[in-house]
Write a protein that binds this ligand. Structure first.
Ligand code: HC0
Ligand code: SF4
Length: 570
């Protein structure tokens, strides 16, 4: 152990502990801005500077470790002056337009500037005004960037992509797309992880909420909204609702209050995906010689973008099943429209997703199988639906629990776990087991693929056939798995990939809590919903039985192929 003094308090911590962490053990919170534990410990912003007795220069607390006998002051006059000046210099290159910023109220720069009591700026503003295509789903505004470099690190280390880099020099240094490319030219998967790890409003999603409000105001439009699995585990976070009070029923009520005509559940179409994808897998396994393995899940649009752009040699191994969100759109503008006698062209289909890549998925030109219009008209993130609730001044704490509409609102536990890493795999195996054996699987038969590890593997026995599976989340892990496959180091039959660490629960469209990773806690909500669900297997869903009986016939039928599957090369 190392013994030292911080602000007059005796501290004893293991060797190698940073000054920042050491201070935290005795309740001294040193402010940070660029710091992200294990990811960005570079001391770039100089907000966490502290004074050490006997050393002239102030040091960053985040990337300097404790030494025996050290005497540290975290709030000496010298520290206060330096911290304030460093903040003022940052603000000189920041637009400070908080009233029109999506991160206002949830911005670390804003909080720190306020904490320091900075009321006037001594320096003249020097803004970058870097151009950006605002119609792209991911928007960078360098007039709000503090060069913390977190986006560079997340994209490089967690996603293995390295889209961002430092551009220019000296006072003109800024972060931008590597190699002078535009973001459209880059291989950005739109996972949104750089957004959720940005401490300010420099990175955000394109705001599509006005499109939804316009549809709600249009008397011709029948507005249909679907809520993705992982949204229900997080939507209350930025509205101040405790997790147990932010039920999906309350979100249904909020959407109805906004004037939405039908509120449905993406969990329903997740069950539908299982029927199609599970059958696809079983067909492939039955003709093992003719197919290349593994088959990869295709429901995560960040992952699909990654394969197509970075590792196109694996494109043919993606399941042809559309994502639940897209299946939902195709079913809404065909089956549901017919059921209700609504002209599909008048349906405005909205999806609420924990995801930013879905904004690009809904715009893929071939995702128009139901009636020629886009199957899903708009994809908004959890953050955007929260902004809509705020814009409508709906007090979520007073809302009653309301049920989803029928018939696309009925789902099983298998549908809800799609939102957590391992969930798609587990849901698929439950149904595959039933198809092969005719029996109901034990509820925890396939639970070996749960948990937050970035790369999990297991072998399950399906009536005598061993099925080798893997589950990865985070694209750097996906890249490693593809390398290992290519090198012949591993062999699998079926692989689930989610671009965001922890799966959609940790999605790039979820509420942002600077410095906290909440995929695990949100995933636990989804596993809990599954545990308490009356039906836990997709094939038991009565609405799924009805849609196959009345419309599709059976999985992979001609009509199912037309509406529920896609060609990833198109
Ligand atoms: Fe997901 Fe999905 S589980 S990708 O993470 O498969 O976004 O929540 O909606 O489509 O269902 C996201 C979440 C979905 C889809 C589903 C899948
Ligand atoms: Fe990288 Fe994802 Fe951000 Fe694109 S959205 S730049 S892939 S972290």
């Amino acid at each position: 152990m190392v013994n030292l003094t911080i602000d007059g308090r005796a501290v004893s911590v293991p060797e190698g502990t940073s000054i920042l962490d050491a201070a935290a053990t005795v309740g001294i919170n040193i402010p940070t801005l660029c710091y992200l534990k294990d990811l960005n410990e570079i001391g770039a912003c100089r907000i966490c500077v502290v004074e050490i007795e006997g050393i002239d220069q102030l040091v960053a607390a985040c990337n300097n470790t404790v030494l025996e006998g050290m005497v540290v002051r975290t709030n000496s006059p010298k520290v206060r002056v330096a911290r304030r000046m460093n903040m003022e210099l940052l603000l000189a290159t920041h637009d400070s337009e908080c009233t029109s910023c999506v991160r206002s109220g949830n911005c670390t720069l804003q909080t720190l500037a306020n904490d320091l009591g900075i009321a006037e700026l001594p320096y003249e503003k020097r803004l970058m005004h870097d151009p950006w295509n605002k119609s792209f789903p991911l928007i960078r505004n360098n007039d709000k960037c503090v060069n913390c470099l977190r986006c560079i690190q997340v994209c490089e280390k967690i996603q293995g992509l390295g889209i961002w880099d430092l551009a220019n020099r000296a006072t003109h240094t800024s972060v931008n797309v590597r190699g002078g490319m535009t973001i459209e030219e880059s291989d950005c998967t739109l996972c949104g992880q750089c957004i959720t790890h940005c401490p300010t409003g420099a990175l955000r999603e394109r705001d599509d909420t006005q499109k939804v409000f316009d549809a709600l105001a249009d008397p011709e439009k029948v507005v249909v909204v679907q809520i993705a699995p992982a949204v229900r585990a997080a939507w209350g976070e930025s509205l101040g609702l405790p997790r147990e009070e932010a039920t999906v029923g309350r979100l249904v009520a909020a959407l109805r209050q906004m004037g939405v005509d039908y509120v449905f559940d993406t969990d329903f179409s997740a069950d539908l995906t299982i029927m199609e994808e599970g059958t696809e897998l079983l067909h492939k396994l039955a003709h093992k010689d003719e197919n290349t393995f593994p088959m990869f899940t295709s429901c995560c649009p960040g992952w699909v973008r990654y394969v197509k752009a970075v590792r196109p040699e694996f494109t043919d191994q993606l399941s042809t099943s559309k994502s639940p969100g897209q299946m939902f759109g195709a079913v809404t503008k065909s089956y549901f429209a017919e059921l209700k006698g609504i002209d599909p062209h008048n349906i405005f289909c909205v999806e609420v997703m924990p995801c930013t890549a879905k904004k690009a998925e809904v715009a893929i030109p071939v995702m128009n199988d139901a009636c020629g219009d886009a199957d899903v008209d708009v994809s908004i993130t959890t953050r955007e639906v929260d902004r809509m609730i705020r814009a409508e001044h709906i007090d979520a704490t007073t809302l009653p629990d309301e049920e989803f509409d029928d018939p696309l609102g009925t789902a099983t536990g298998a549908g809800v776990i799609f939102g957590a890493t391992g969930g798609v795999m587990e849901a698929a195996l439950r149904t595959a087991y039933h198809v092969v054996t005719g029996e109901t699987p034990r509820p925890d038969a396939f639970s070996a693929v749960r948990g937050l590890d970035g790369w999990k593997e297991a072998t399950f026995d399906l009536a005598g056939t061993p099925v080798r599976v893997a589950v990865v989340s985070g694209l750097a892990n996906a890249g490693k798995l593809l390398d290992a496959l290519a090198a012949g180091e591993v062999e699998y039959d079926f692989v689930e990939v989610m671009a965001c660490p922890g799966g959609c629960a940790g999605g790039g469209g979820q509420p942002i809590h600077d410095g906290q990773e909440l995929a695990g806690a949100r995933g636990d909500v989804l596993w809990g919903l599954d545990r308490r669900a009356k039906l836990r297997n997709s094939y038991e869903n009565p609405s799924i039985a009805a849609i196959y009986r009345d419309y599709f016939g059976e999985p992979l039928s001609e009509r199912a192929e037309e509406l529920l599957h896609t060609n990833h090369h198109a």
